[in-house]
Write a protein that binds this ligand. Structure first.
Ligand SMILES: Cc1ncc(COP(=O)(O)O)c(C=O)c1O
Length: 401
């Protein structure tokens, strides 16, 4: 008997496995190639077009020159673990032991994947919101666990009843993401109370992907689920320097939580990458002590969000204004496009802009994928002049109406 190789499960879980067994490229690769071929402005892939601060880059260069070029300790360098614990105390009042409760990882992605691998397996169910970040589904498939997605409501909020209905005795983990990619939803304390209640009822671990923790706008506040009563003991909080400091290519992330859960993740992580980028860690330790950079980024992103949202509305899209992240979800239905994927393929010709369909963040043909079929995600983490150019181009769509 042959077993199905695990990579096929990963491809299937992320919508990349075709019926004939071939593997498609991710939607991000497809749309980025399309943008390059057509000269369209790429608002599909979410990475900044301006690098993080020079002084943080200089700190990494200094670390290289100072000889910090061999393996870092597997847990992460002490000054970064201390900076992470201090950051969590300063911002959220969380009491974190840097020696036993923090693990530095190769981006949030490694923290998330090794957490799922360490703590779940065949027979276990892992709940996520839907739409979900694709690496969450991939990690669950790698672990051989069962993915149970809970669709957001039509206005892109947590559906507490659906969450409760999705939970079972097999629920080993609830993997949430706030602020949420792709929708920009920032879960409120009340919504997180529902997550916490279900986790307690089912004795499940909560993994909270908080990579956009500082990118929140208006009066929205980021609330780590670990700060809710009784939740620190069952929550793994994951974050990363990539989004906060516009250094996505450095891949410095981390996870913190109860020592026994962090030990479980460390056990897996040490055989995945062993250690993460030595010279970048002291630089991020210095960056994390600074609250001005993330505050200024959030303020500038709020203005860029408004610029893009206004432009999308003027072009004829319906827009759900995001409270966080650097993404906005726009509905192409008022423009006569019921299929977001089709719209994304045609958008370079129609308006010289690229986005990604929200259905790519859902399971194929799921109720959420159907409900969100006409929605497209655009990023606003691009320079204002680039966004102004994009908005000018999108105006051509208004004539289609
Ligand atoms: C929700 C979410 N989690 C994790 C990541 C990956 O973070 P990192 O680059 O630190 O691995 C991303 C990147 O886009 C993301 O959107």
């Amino acid at each position: 008997m042959t077993t199905t190789p695990r990579w096929r499960a990963v491809a299937a879980a992320t919508g990349l496995l075709a019926a004939d067994g071939t593997v498609a490229r991710t939607i991000f690769a497809e749309m980025t190639t399309l943008a390059a071929r057509t000269g369209a402005i790429n608002l599909g892939q979410g990475f900044p077009d301006v690098d993080g601060p020079d002084w943080v880059k200089a700190a990494a260069k200094d670390a290289i020159d100072a000889g910090r070029n061999q393996y870092a300790p597997g847990d992460g360098v002490p000054e970064l673990r201390a900076a992470i614990a201090d950051h969590q105390r300063r911002h959220y009042g969380l009491d974190v032991d840097p020696d036993t409760e923090v693990l530095v990882t190769t981006g949030a992605t490694e923290a998330l994947t090794t957490a799922v691998l360490a703590l779940t397996g065949p027979g276990d169910e892992v709940i996520t919101l839907e739409p979900f970040y694709d690496s969450h589904a991939a990690a669950i498939a790698m672990a051989g666990a069962t993915h149970v997605p809970v669709p957001l409501t039509a206005d892109l909020r947590l559906d507490a009843a659906a969450l409760r209905a999705a939970a079972s005795d097999r629920t080993a983990m609830i993997l949430i993401n706030t602020p949420h990619n792709p929708t920009g939803t920032v879960l409120t304390r009340a919504e997180l109370e529902h997550v916490a209640a279900v986790a307690r009822e089912r004795d499940a671990v909560v993994v909270s992907d908080e990579v956009y923790e500082h990118l929140v706008f208006d009066d929205a506040r980021h609330v780590p689920v670990a700060t809710l009563p009784g939740m620190a003991g069952r929550t793994l909080t994951v974050s990363s320097s990539g989004k906060t400091f516009s250094l996505t290519g450095w891949k410095v992330g981390w996870v913190h939580g109860p020592a026994e859960l962090v030990t479980a993740i460390r056990t897996v992580k040490q055989f995945v990458t062993y250690a993460s980028g030595s010279p970048f860690q002291p630089a991020i330790a210095r960056a994390l002590a600074d609250d001005d950079v993330p505050r200024e980024l959030a303020a500038s992103l709020a203005a860029r969000r408004d610029l893009l949202c206004d432009g999308l509305r003027a072009a004829g899209f319906d827009v759900v204004v995001p409270q966080g992240t650097y993404f906005v979800v726009a509905d192409g239905a008022p423009l006569g496009f019921d299929d977001g994927h089709d719209l994304c393929r045609r958008l370079p010709d129609l308006a010289g802009v690229v986005g990604v369909p929200v259905s790519a963040f859902c399971r194929a043909s799921s109720p959420a994928a159907d409900a969100l079929a006409s929605r497209v995600r655009f990023t606003f983490v691009k320079r204002s002049d680039v966004l102004r150019d994009a908005v000018g181009r999108l105006a051509a769509l208004a004539e289609l109406r």
